[in-house]
Design a protein around this ligand. Structure first.
Ligand SMILES: Nc1nc2c([nH]c(=O)n2[C@H]2C[C@H](O)[C@@H](COP(=O)(O)OP(=O)(O)OP(=O)(O)O)O2)c(=O)[nH]1
Length: 130
C-alpha cells in the first residue's frame, strides 16, 4: 500500500495550514494538508520533514500522530498518516501548491478538502491542543 504523510501545521493562534493541489496533479484543486509519499525505509516523521522542506521551504518540529486513514480513490488504497507539527524555521513558500491558507477549524470545514482528510480534520477538531 502507498503510504503518505500529511502535516497538520499549527500556528500560535491554533489555525492549521491548508494547501491547494495544483492543476495537473491527482485531486487538482482540492485542499490538503501538505506532505507526500513516504519513501522506502523512511519514517513518517523523516518523510514529513523532507516533504515540507521541499514543497514549502520550512523546517518543522514533528509532534504527535493522529489516527492513520486508509482511503481508495479508485487507484488502489493509500494510507494517510497525519502528524501534528510546528514551523521551526524558514518562511512559507508555495513551491508545489497553487495556494496556501491558514484556517480556523470553522474555515477548514468549509474548504473542499480531499476526502481522505475529512476524518483527520474531525479528529483534530476534537483533540486537545498541545
Ligand atoms: N500530501 C497529501 N496527499 C494527500 C492528502 N490527502 C490525500 O488524499 N492525499 C493523496 C493525494 C495523492 O493521491 C496521494 C499523495 O500525493 P502527493 O501527490 O502529495 O505525493 P507526492 O508529491 O509524494 O507524489 P507524486 O504523485 O507527485 O509523485 O495522497 C493530504 O492531505 N496530503
Amino acid at each position: 500500500m502507498i503510504r503518505v504523510v500529511a502535516g497538520l501545521i499549527e500556528d500560535d493562534q491554533g489555525r492549521l495550514l491548508a494547501c491547494r493541489r495544483p492543476e495537473g496533479k491527482h485531486l487538482a484543486g482540492k485542499w490538503e494538508f501538505p506532505g507526500g509519499k513516504i519513501e522506502a525505509a523512511e519514517s513518517p516523521a523523516r518523510a514529513l520533514v523532507r516533504e515540507l522542506q521541499e514543497e514549502l521551504g520550512v523546517t518543522v518540529d514533528v509532534g504527535k500522530a493522529l489516527t492513520p486513514v486508509v482511503h481508495d480513490y479508485g487507484r488502489g488504497p493509500i494510507e494517510l498518516i497525519p502528524l501534528r507539527c510546528r514551523i521551526a524555521s524558514g518562511s512559507l513558500d508555495a513551491r508545489e501548491h497553487s495556494e496556501l491558507r491558514w484556517c480556523t477549524a470553522e474555515e477548514l470545514t468549509r474548504l473542499d478538502l480531499a476526502a481522505a482528510d475529512l476524518p483527520i480534520l474531525a479528529e483534530w477538531m476534537t483533540s486537545e491542543s498541545e
